[in-house]
Ligand binder design. Structure first.
Ligand code: ATP
Ligand code: MG
Ligand code: MG
Ligand code: MG
Length: 564
């Protein structure tokens, strides 16, 4: 691309209304322009990055056999009434009526439409499993659209949906999809974490999120240093409100407890009243065997002694042994390895034994604990929360890290929620009607452009990972107006590099070197070649990688350039 014909529109000024660096840099680099709250146009420069992201996503979806298709952005209200989400979605959904007063929405997601599509198409088990995906524009009337493309109202998502004869097959595809998300993020070279997540409005049993780590991220992630435990804090503290249980109100908070080495010490440190009863304590160890300890209402916390955990737990009668076996790998009432989701444990504990759950990591020297619970009429529980919320001794290093992340992907096992609601069934081998199991898998195609910038920038601008950079390399001529040799060398290099498959930009705008260098750095081109008379005389070119401190000399030769 010749930059003289590329309508590059960079600016030095930091836009006043842009709070985070990706938003500032996308505006300064001229990648996007704001039209109205949460609505942005993509410039040709921004579009090059967006297309590269899309192509990576598309390639990895195709690689696992997902089939690309495209659904309408506008969706009829009836479908959403059938699934029960027309009302549930509330003001997040943009609604409209046509000239015949029929109601529609601009799709915030496509579970209903894809289920309807499959319903019309799929009759037999022979047609399953199948996974469809699209890369398409969504609209969500976010309460607080902000941070540019990070939380826009109109944005681009890759959404995939899979349909299966049974839960085991759904699980298989869920893993495939997870693998594809790893591949996508690995290709982009971003630092990310996968965390257990809350399924929210979408519903379903199991879900995980992919988060690009960045301090500006809106989500907090609780991640153990050995990577064995990772959850969005939202999920870690949400105990699903089934039955009579109220939503938890305790704050999940990281508190270091240096010097505390016993359960009793932990209880004391937390200010748990000796009279407190009906508690559960979940201890998650970082290394070695983590343990689960639950205490029923007829035992007081005061009875807990670290040396005598078994004794305390043994009177416990578990209402659901299978859950304990599956999730805790131990028999009822025993202390067993806990290598599973703390949410499951908390959920179980709240349902069966307690009003308060304490989770802790124990590294052999310290507990790092977090707690959550639910409203309880008895004051000691409220006191307990206050003690924790107001605790001023949080120093030292713990084993449970709280990281900040940007949610870029979300994979769900939906089960039969939508297929059942929309009456989708297929015939199995014996001719019986079966309601298919369904998975859905979202990826923020436009959001990840902003997320990548949050992670990859410096004072001069964006430092794109090569895979999604708008150009691989930029050629910058020095005094081209005075030197035919420089002009010719640039033209030749430009042509040869293009022919060699390099996505090359040639800055032929006739500017002084300063502004050309500044633009190349601002828009984040990973490689820069400078062509000058002096270099040409010695057969050399000046090369600088975007993150290099100094430029270096390389041979004036396409192979040498491709090698950097
Ligand atoms: P968030 O928690 O950030 O609101 P979400 O959980 O509502 O996201 P999902 O319904 O899981 O989003 O949608 C799948 C993906 O779409 C998200 O992982 C995210 O990458 C992207 N996404 C969701 N909302 C927005 C938005 N307002 N702007 C840009 N991308 C978005
Ligand atoms: Mg949302
Ligand atoms: Mg979310
Ligand atoms: Mg989500």
């Amino acid at each position: 691309m010749r930059l003289s014909a590329f309508a590059l529109a960079t600016t030095k000024e930091t836009p006043a209304d842009a709070e985070i660096v990706s938003h500032q840099l996308m505006l300064r680099a001229g990648m996007i322009r704001r039209l109205a709250a949460g609505l942005y146009s993509w410039s040709p420069l921004g579009m090059r990055v967006l297309r590269k992201v899309e192509n990576i996503v598309r390639a990895e979806m195709d690689a696992i056999g997902a089939l690309e298709m495209l659904m309408p952005a506008i969706q009829p209200a009836e479908l959403w009434r059938e699934s029960g989400r027309w009302d549930a979605m509330g003001p997040l959904m943009l609604r409209m009526t046509d000239r015949a007063e029929r109601e529609y929405c601009f799709g915030p997601t496509h579970e209903e439409v894809i289920t309807d599509y499959v319903k019309r198409d799929v009759r037999s088990y022979k047609q399953l499993p199948v996974t469809y995906y699209q890369i398409q524009t969504k609209f969500r009337d976010e309460i607080r659209p902000r941070f540019g493309l990070m939380r826009a109202r109109e944005f681009i998502m890759k959404d995939a949906y899979s349909f299966h004869m049974d839960a085991a097959d759904l699980d298989r595809e869920y893993r495939n999809m997870r693998g594809a998300y790893h591949a996508i993020l690995d290709r982009m070279g971003l630092d990310y974490r996968v965390v257990a997540a809350d399924s929210g409005d979408i519903g379903g049993a199991k879900s995980e999120e992919f988060h690009v780590l960045a301090l500006s991220g809106e989500d907090e992630l609780a991640v153990s240093t050995d990577g064995a435990y990772a959850a969005n804090i939202e999920a870690a503290k949400t105990v699903r409100p089934e039955g009579e249980r109220a939503a938890p109100t305790g704050e999940l908070k990281k508190i270091e407890t240096p010097g505390v080495t016993t359960i009793a010490g932990l209880a004391e440190h937390m200010g748990v009243p000796e009279s407190a009863t009906a508690k559960s304590i979940v201890v998650m160890g970082e290394s070695g065997d983590p343990v689960l300890l639950m205490l029923r209402g007829d035992h007081s916390l005061n009875e807990i002694k670290a040396q005598d955990l078994e004794g305390v737990v043994s009177p416990l009668t578990m209402a659901d042994e299978a859950t304990i076996r599956t999730h805790f790998g131990a028999g009822p009432g025993s202390i067993g390895p806990v290598n599973t989701n703390v949410t499951v444990i908390a959920d179980y504990a709240l349902a069966n034994a307690s009003d308060m759950v304490v989770g802790a990591n124990y590294d052999g020297a310290h507990f790092t604990h977090f707690n959550w619970g639910r409203d309880h009429p008895e004051p000691q529980f409220a006191d307990l929360r206050n003690v924790n919320a107001g605790d001023a001794s949080p120093t030292g290093t713990g084993t449970l890290e709280i990281l900040r992340g940007i949610e870029v992907g979300h994979v769900f096992q939906l089960g039969d929620k939508y297929s059942r609601a929309l009456d989708l069934s297929v015939l199995d081998e014996s001719g019986n009607a079966v309601v298919p199991e369904m998975g859905c898998y979202g990826f923020g195609v436009s959001r990840i452009v902003a997320a990548a910038i949050e992670q990859c920038h410096d004072d001069a601008g964006i430092c794109w990972p090569q895979a999604i950079a708008p150009f691989d390399l930029v050629i910058i001529p020095i005094k081209a107006d005075k030197s035919a040799a420089v002009r010719e060398a640039c033209e030749t290099l430009y042509t040869e590099l293009k022919a060699a498959g390099v996505d090359v930009a040639y800055d032929d705008r006739g500017l002084r070197p300063g502004p050309m260098f500044a633009d190349a750095e601002l828009i984040g081109v990973p490689h820069r070649i400078v062509v000058s008379d002096r270099g040409l005389e010695s057969g050399k070119l000046e090369y600088k990688g975007r993150r290099d401190e100094q430029s270096s000399e390389i041979d004036h030769d396409v192979a040498a350039i491709k090698a950097v």
